[in-house]
Write a protein that binds this ligand. Structure first.
Ligand code: ADP
Ligand code: MG
Ligand code: MG
Length: 880
């Protein structure tokens, strides 16, 4: 027969799976010599058997008897005894901590006889009765399913009748009548009287704890935290110690460090003359542990020492539960403490300083996503808790924002110029809305997915973004929106939670953030350890500056088209596109040249010795054209053609599948002067810097390449322009010309393409779109259902699809390096900032990632962790 029970002195902390976290740690603390009341743990294996058979086996019952006998001997008390009664708690505890999700029953063993024995034995009748009424309420609720409120009601009535403010005022007589009333509740429940036999109580309690694995809240918690349904819980049976034995007793919880801020000080609360969860349940207002320092200095010292012992032993911040019985301290639980991202970082860095853990362990202990959470303003938690969301969309760009609603970019811009904080609410956004987006605190759309325009732009700017809020109906012409019968009008205040996707009415307070202190220390370690570089996608100097503040290695992708959306440039761009021949393109090109040259100059200025990769024009031309009648009229006047002529031209440029149409380097083939102008602008900026003493090596990236022949053609175009600009005297400007790897065909022929490329950079957005055949602007209609049905494990635009897209990337890396062993290979799509994807990129040998400015710190930490995890797998070391 396999053993189904382990006394605390038999187990240890490596036995989590079998004994649950609580049981394994109670055993470990016992071995450390800490004051843990004795007891034993019934294994999770026994729980599995119970789940199958629905009853406790005979073998288990026999073992339980032996374990109880041993516990009696050890404590010199007897379970059910009438002189020195042994009372126990029956406590749930799974392998993965699920705080408060399952049940625990205290004071088991009390009945009408033993309660008198306990009173006599302790000379404290009030305490004995108080323990009994607690047992009756807990047992009634957990085992018989009697509503907790029914017991509370009895207590409240007695307190109100007597004008008491606290349970502490209850007298012996009050407690007697409460006990009588509680027993009556059992009878009324139809489940029968409270079982007087302590053994019956114990067995029923064990059953109930096993059953509590399946209660609703535990199931919900497991689903949310990805905990397997099949784990099961262990059950701990432990001698009771009493925090309710008088004014020299109490119960409390403590964190060895502050879990909100990570400050290195014992942090906790306790209540005198109380038991179990009274502290957490908010029945009375608990005292901070600092007060314990004044009231019971010796015990406080002991608690501080215990905290230090446990932290050193577990190498991590601990969450403790303790009880004081008549001036004596007992430990009832220790587990690794849950903490805010800020606290996680501070604690990890502090522990390296103390020599408790290595830098590597510290890096592995902080989740990259928590860095992201630290960098965006947050809603004040208390204020947020008071709100009911109007509706929810996809959490596209984290952050917390409050502002007044506007339904068009123009209105948003106008309001922002008047000093208002604005939230732009639209069905969807297009590049034309960019100005309105820039000034907005948050962007909300009713359509689109996580990589829709609104989502990408919001993340890029660090604006809060919620997209695809389907229940919201935006009626832009009437400047209002509706959701669940509620109308939102222009100028109304709303608050947007980009972390949860919630939209709320009214203003909610926020608190800001930056990389500083311990976070910057941690990120510096990450930089030292990581192999992969972390660059940023930046289209404007302010984006780039933000990324530099986050210590980006440089720019991995500048999308030059975003520079064309400012009004005066849009006009020139439109003149350029609408011109019918090269002669007509000349003037707008020269105007654009001047502006682009200044843009590049500024980026290089900011970059100094850091590298900047500039991608030449990518999007379909018609994105720059006016779409509605009003705009056509306006633009026609601006550029001096008739509206009819303009309409015809716009119609001519319209494509059925613009994303698969006339864009990227295909534009270079048909309008070579546009790329030539851009290269000229780059070179002019480089040469201006050279005059001022800054040597810049330009890196030029060609979008949408399909083949070696195409790349060779475009490369010749670009190089021709560079040659024409090379200085007559002095050294030549050295440069590189690389390929976006975003067409499946280019990946498959990467050995060929590499012959014409100095570097590769994966554009995973287009590559994913083309590999799956999903239009990324239309996935909102079906992707959520694919995720719900489990057809896709994750949104492939958010986390790299390793099996398909990833395999193509791997092929491209290998083929590219067959041709050029040292070929630098980057990733500049959305997934470049995603930790899980970064781990995969490390595996396939990617040189660097490039992501939006706010993702830079996240990617930095992820890159270091990817390296560390790779080293660990290679050396077979899974410790730590
Ligand atoms: P949870 O898993 O919800 O934290 P626990 O099993 O830790 O539940 O029990 C809750 C509380 O009950 C403990 O924090 C402790 O205060 C009290 N408790 C549990 N066992 C005992 C015991 N043997 N003696 C005294 N108090 C106990
Ligand atoms: Mg607990
Ligand atoms: Mg692309």
């Amino acid at each position: 027969m396999t053993k189904q029970m382990y006394s605390f002195s038999e187990g240890n902390m490596t036995m989590r799976d079998l004994l649950g976290g609580k049981g394994a740690n109670l055993a470990e603390m016992t071995h450390l010599g800490l004051p843990v009341p004795p007891g034993f743990t019934i294994t999770t294996a026994a729980c599995h058997e119970y789940q199958q058979t629905g009853k406790l086996s005979d073998a288990l019952l026999a073992e339980l008897n032996q374990a109880l006998t041993a516990l009696s001997q050890q404590t010199e008390k007897r379970f059910g005894g009438t002189s020195h009664p042994l009372l126990v708690s029956v406590r749930s505890g799974a392998a993965i901590s699920m705080p408060g999700m399952m049940d625990t029953i205290l004071n088991i063993g009390l009945n009408d006889e033993t309660v008198a024995a306990l009173a006599a034995f302790t000379h404290n009748e009030r305490f004995a009765l108080d323990s009994y009424r607690r047992l009756l309420a807990m047992f009634g609720n957990v085992v018989y399913g009697i509503d907790e409120a029914a017991f509370d009601q009895v207590l409240t009535t007695v307190k109100t009748q007597n004008g008491y403010h606290s349970d502490l005022s209850l007298t012996v007589n009050d407690l007697r009548s409460i006990i009588t009333a509680f027993k009556q509740l059992y009878l009324e429940s139809g489940r029968g009287a409270f079982p007087q036999d302590p053994s019956d109580q114990l067995l029923a309690a064990i059953n109930a704890v096993f059953e509590s694995w399946h209660n609703h809240r535990a199931q919900v918690y497991r689903r949310q935290n990805n905990i397997s349904e099949s784990l099961g819980t262990a059950v701990n049976v432990q001698e009771m110690v009493f925090g309710n034995a008088g004014a020299d007793s109490g119960t409390g919880v403590a964190f060895t460090q502050n879990p909100a801020t990570g400050e290195p000080a014992l942090f906790g609360e306790y209540l005198l003359n109380a038991q179990g969860e009274d502290v957490v349940a908010g029945i009375r207002t608990p005292q901070p542990v600092a007060v314990l320092q004044e009231d019971m200095p010796a015990l406080y010292e002991q608690l501080v020492e215990t905290a230090a012992v446990l932290e050193t032993h577990y190498h991590d911040m601990q969450d403790l539960e303790f009880t004081i019985e008549k001036g004596q301290m007992f430990l009832l639980q220790a587990r690794s403490g849950k903490r805010t991202p800020t606290a996680a970082v501070k604690i990890a860095v502090d522990q390296v300083a103390e020599g408790l853990i290595s830098k590597e362990t510290a890096l592995l202990r902080v989740k990259p996503e928590s860095v992201s959470e630290m960098l965006h303003p947050e809603f004040d938690t208390a204020d947020l808790a008071r709100q009911t969301p109007l509706t929810k969309g996809l959490p596209a760009s984290p952050g917390a924002a409050t502002g007044q609603v506007y339904f068009s970019a123009a209105a948003a811009k106008q309001a922002a110029e008047n000093g208002q904080k604005v939230v732009l609410m639209r069905q969807d956004t297009s590049p034309e809305d960019i100005e309105g987006m820039i000034v907005s605190q948050a962007i909300v759309t009713t359509r689109g997915g996580m990589t829709s325009h609104a989502a990408v732009v919001a993340r890029g700017m660090g604006a809060t973004g919620v997209v695809g809020a389907h229940d919201l109906v935006v009626d832009a012409p009437n400047q209002c929106a509706r959701v669940n019968q509620q109308e939102i009008n222009e100028g109304d205040w709303v608050s947007v939670d980009g972390t949860s996707g919630a939209l709320m009415l009214g203003q909610i307070k926020t608190t800001p953030a930056a990389v500083k202190g311990e976070l910057s220390t941690l990120l510096n370690w990450a930089k030292d350890i990581a192999d992969m570089g972390v660059y940023t996608n930046a289209d404007t100097p302010s984006d780039f500056q933000r990324a530099l503040d986050f210590d980006a290695d440089g720019i991995g992708l500048t999308r030059t088209e975003h520079m064309f959306f400012k009004p005066e440039r849009l006009l020139q761009m439109r003149r350029l596109i609408l011109a019918t021949d090269a002669a007509g393109r000349k003037d707008p090109l020269s105007k654009l040249l001047t502006m682009q040259q200044a843009d590049f100059y500024e980026l290089y200025q900011l970059a100094q010795t850091k590298e900047v990769t500039i991608r030449l024009l990518d999007p379909p031309l018609h994105e720059f054209l006016p779409h509605d009648e009003k705009e056509i009229q306006l633009v026609a006047t601006q550029i001096g053609v008739s509206p009819d002529e303009l309409r015809d031209r716009v119609a001519a440029l319209k494509e059925l599948n613009p994303m698969l149409g006339h864009r990227g380097d295909r534009l270079a083939v048909t309008f070579p002067d546009i790329y030539e102008m851009q290269v000229q602008a780059i070179m002019t900026a480089v040469l201006r810097h050279r005059k001022q003493g800054l040597e810049v090596q330009p890196h030029i990236m060609i979008p949408l390449t399909d083949s070696r022949a195409e790349m060779a053609w475009v490369r010749a175009l670009v190089e021709g322009q560079i040659q024409r600009m090379q200085p007559e005297t002095g050294a030549k400007v050295s440069y590189t010309i690389g390929t976006m790897m975003e067409m499946p065909r280019a990946c498959v022929t990467a050995d060929q393409v590499a012959r014409e490329s100095d570097f590769f950079s994966f554009g995973t957005n287009d590559l994913t779109q083309l590999t799956f055949g999903y239009s990324r602007d239309d996935v909102g209609a079906f992707l959520p259902e694919y995720l719900r049905q489990g057809i896709l494990p994750a949104d492939p635009f958010q986390t790299i699809d390793t099996q398909g897209v990833g395999e193509l990337m791997k092929m491209a890396v290998n083929k590219g390096r067959q041709t050029k062993p040292d070929l630098p290979i980057g990733v500049c799509g959305e997934v470049g900032g995603d930790p899980a994807s970064i781990a995969f990129f490390e595996e396939i040998g990617v040189t660097y990632v490039s992501c939006s400015p706010f993702r830079v710190p996240v990617a930095r930490l992820a890159a270091a962790r990817a390296k560390l995890n790779k080293v660990r797998t290679q050396t077979g070391d899974h410790g730590g």
